[in-house]
Design a protein around this ligand. Structure first.
Ligand code: KG4
Ligand code: ZN
Length: 357
């Protein structure tokens, strides 16, 4: 089989990313991959501002495509003749995400599809996160369906059973805030900046025993028989604890670290409890954690222990591919193209609210 070179484009939220992924029957190779993060800009506002995100995507998408394809130099960085000959297909994030941000990537993809005559496929960003696990060579060797995914990002918290490529059943999801949102919102009112997850994880890790905090927070819906989750009550409880503290305590690093550890532990408890319940219900061959929150070390370590006890294998985390990136979009695009899916470049449009399944 001739290798397929897929140009991936991701602009759904606050990272602009372009990748060139080579897909063969037995292996994948990332030929080019860059992520231009907008986080330093959004930090000034305490969160993502959609209009600002879209404007930055316009600038960065062109720059990254230039570097991926060698447009300015007039020769592609990866060889094979002309610039438009350096890829065989285009995969672009179609949704879910911010409508104006998504449209930037889609317009770039449409233009390249029109000029090159190559196929374009619109990818679900959530499917992209699942595909990040497939980019890890060791995982590919043990890729046997059904696989249970805990997908935890800033906008989503879902337990998804992958029955086959492109075939999913959502086993449970958050009824309100996503796990990443719980990290981000609690960090915001503690003055820790954006994004909150890494800041809370870093503070918690500064304690000698990060799991024994003197703050006791609720584990919403942990004992409920469903695989659904809820994190908005946790946010309220943290706010209550935080506001009850005297000003001096709120400025004390040790106290902040204690609260951070309590937040992290409560979120991790719920995510693990629900994942194990879903393992019991669905009997997968393996479990994978994907999405921005899967970068959390404590979650990775505790999940490894909990999953091992069930006798099911935990797939490796895709290092460097936890948060939004275009390599995962190109990988999911490969699955879709393999199934014969193509979009009409004249009609492809953003799907800001697009569920998996
Ligand atoms: O997948 P992602 O990049 O974007 C979405 O699709 O939403 O995830 C971003 C989320 C943010 O909420 C961020 O706080 C969280 O991932 N995050 C973390 C860590 N790194 C990123 N949460 C906990 N611990 C981390 N180390
Ligand atoms: Zn994401």
């Amino acid at each position: 089989m001739k290798p397929l070179r897929i140009l991936g484009i991701e602009t759904s939220c606050d990272e602009t990313s372009v990748a060139l992924l080579e897909v063969r029957k037995t292996a994948t190779k990332i030929l080019f991959h860059e992520i231009a993060s907008q986080i330093p800009v959004h930090q000034l506002y305490g969160g993502v501002v959609p209009e600002v995100a879209a404007r930055l995507h316009v600038k960065e998408t062109v720059e990254l495509l230039d570097r991926a394809l060698g447009i300015r130099q007039g020769s592609p960085s990866t060889g094979s003749g002309t610039i438009l000959g350096s890829f065989d297909a285009i995969a672009v994030t179609q949704g879910p995400g911010l409508a104006t941000a998504l449209r930037v990537g889609i317009e770039a993809g449409r233009t390249l599809a029109f000029l090159s005559g190559k196929p374009i496929v619109g990818v679900n960003h959530l499917e992209g996160h699942l595909a990040s696990a497939w980019l890890v060579p060791e995982n590919r060797k043990r890729w046997k369906f059904p696989i249970l995914f805990l997908l935890v990002s800033g906008g989503h918290s879902e337990l998804v059973l992958m029955k086959d490529f492109c075939s999913y059943r959502v086993i449970g999801r958050t009824r309100d805030d996503a796990a990443g949102e719980a990290f981000d919102k609690t960090a915001k009112f503690m003055g820790l900046g954006y994004p909150g997850g890494p800041a809370i994880a870093k503070l918690a890790a500064s304690l000698l025993t990060p799991h024994t905090s003197r703050f006791h927070l609720p584990r919403p819906m942990l004992n409920d028989s469903s695989c659904d989750m809820s994190f908005s009550g946790l946010k309220t409880a943290v706010r209550r604890e935080w506001e009850a503290l005297p000003k001096k305590k709120r400025e004390d690093e040790g106290t902040k670290a204690d609260i951070a550890a309590a937040i992290q532990e409560a979120i991790v408890d719920v995510l693990i409890g629900k994942t194990i319940r879903a393992v019991e219900k669905t009997k997968p061959t393996a479990v994978a954690i994907v999405g921005g929150v899967s970068a959390n070390r404590r979650l990775q370590e505790r999940m490894a222990t909990a999953v091992e006890r069930t006798g099911v294998r935990l797939l490796h985390a895709a290092r460097g591919l936890h948060t939004d990136n275009a390599a995962m979009i190109a990988a999911a695009g490969a699955w879709r193209l393999e199934k014969g899916e193509r979009h009409d470049w004249k009609k492809i449009d953003a799907k800001p609210e697009w569920d998996l399944g």
